[in-house]
Ligand binder design. Sequence first.
Ligand code: WTA
Length: 658
Amino acid sequence: MATDDNKKGTDAISSVMSEKRKFPPPAAFSEKARIGSMEEYETLYKAAAEDPDSYWGGLAEEFHWFKKWDSVLEWDTPYAKWFNGGTTNICYNAVDVHANSWRKNKAAIIWEGEEGEQRVLTYGELHRQVSKFANVLRIAGIKPGDRVAIYMGMVPELVIAVLACARVGAVHNVIFAGFSAHAITERVNDSRAKLIICCDGTRRRGGSINLKNIVDEAIVNTPSVRSVIVLKVTGEEISMHDGMDHWWHDLMGLASDESEPVEVESEHPLFVLYTSGSTGKPKGILHTTAGYMVHAASSFRYVFDIRDDDIYWCTADVGWITGHSYMVYGPLLNGATLLMYEGAPNYPQWDRFWDIINRHKVTILYTAPTAIRAFIRAGDEWVTKHNISSLRLLGTVGEPINPEAWMWYHRVVGQEKCPIVDTWWQTETGGIMVSPLPGATPTKPGTATRPLPGIMADVVQKDGTPCGPNEGGYLVIKKPWPSMLRTIYGDNKRYEETYWSEFHDMYFTGDGARKDEDGYIWIMGRVDDVVNVSGHRLGTSEVESALVSYEAVAEAAVVSRPDDIKGNALVAFVTLKDEYEGDMKLREALRNHVAKEIGPIAKPDEIRWAKGLPKTRSGKIMRRLLRELATSNEIKGDVTTLEDFGVLENLREKEDES
Ligand code: WTA
């Protein structure tokens, strides 16, 4: 999540974490890997840096083009045209290419519902359904360039809808099915979507959420919407309005299953995905066709070192960028088999993930640190009672992973034999930017390590000069890359200001980071999560890691509040493991622990016990809310993305009250 207030301070960010453990890739993994040593990585990285056109052009050669491009990159800061002059279709490359090959009968999607229902779609079947639904879109009057909003649970038809949009050249805007009617209205109006595709409902923890009712409420205020297509999933009662609402199955019944993919230009818009800034309305991040295709596919192949016999599971919802790039496009462009699960990770109990992995013999798991920390809290026995030895590679994404959570993932889930790829990227970057290559890069808990070949990531000072080893600064990307956002939908000015006003010719990520002596990039959190305490700049995620490394702590979030003497004081919101009780003695022990791990300057000034932390529906801790609570004990800002309102109440209790 990028922020609008990408403020930068004057001081260098001082990084004080000293993680020394290092894990070389297992020999058995390296032997079979596409890139099996650091030497190979270095050679590739150097070649791509020296001649990016050949590097990206070479990767692009692997796809089907109706017409080949004239130039790899045309760059007029900050506007990029990749593969200009070429025409292609990403759906054709993700589906038809495989359906027309020996992969026709290979599983593309293995789906499991919360109650254990299962479906398998082969590439051949996926091709048939996507072609049919593309014809449905045409019946609904959708033309190339039209925006289509998709508000569905995690069912295969969600993937079918996304791909069918791409097939006809429509621009999809997936809205996470946990968002409110207000959030839908805001997004649909910003993108002026003509059509909404939704489900009647989606299953969650044994019950269901009625999505159609939410859409009904949303579209009262969306003049651009002409029709709604409704997929029957739960069969619950909904109202269907004449002229406006149509059943998915009725329209599919009318449509032929043959449809030619539309030939689109390389820079034809593929999707808009909204991401929240810390202030202002959500930003519609615009991605276009060919460049996104090339990087989503090639990064997936390198980072997950995918094989034809892999069963790959990304636990992200398609409503987020991870779901777009590494649940849908990356795997399908590579002809991989992906697993899709509609349901909660702890339903009916805390072993659901491990049970799924065992039953489907999942080989690659890609999930988020927040999930890992929840599993740690639930206890190892939920994992160890299942045979999960099919796993060969693990990944994380979305936030810095605390070294102790990394170690648990490595030891308990990876059984010390699976490399971990900690992947750093953003909605804006479209694909993974910084990550280990699992057969090559020695990993260290807590760092996403080195940039991928072709990605010129660096850590710089305020004036744009590179930082020295371990000197904290700002993470930037110095050269354009194919899957970069092209603009904020309908708002070039905001695009230029948010990402290009700080360093002009370099993309500013909004993250603080340092590079260690091996050139590994350690993300220190958003720049606005970096605080100045007594003249020292501290990454709040480092203080959090220190807290979480203490035995009693399950999860921690650290924010700052203004302090007359120190400039800022640190306030830690701490969730304890079930068997622990928060008291003054534990507070003192925690402060001393942080002082020991980092230094006395990082000691939280206040520690509040929290039953849970306020999170967005994608699992990110809402530090903005915590900052407001820490400062004024009130919440004034927007809370529409909050997952569980209940957690806010007990966070108001100040230190002296418990
Ligand atoms: C953070 C998610 C540390 C970072 C793909 C970034 C990470 C923001 C990592 C983007 C990681 C993501 N280590 N921090 N491996 N991955 N982040 O747009 O602050 O939801 O700027 O994209 O998440 O979040 P977004």
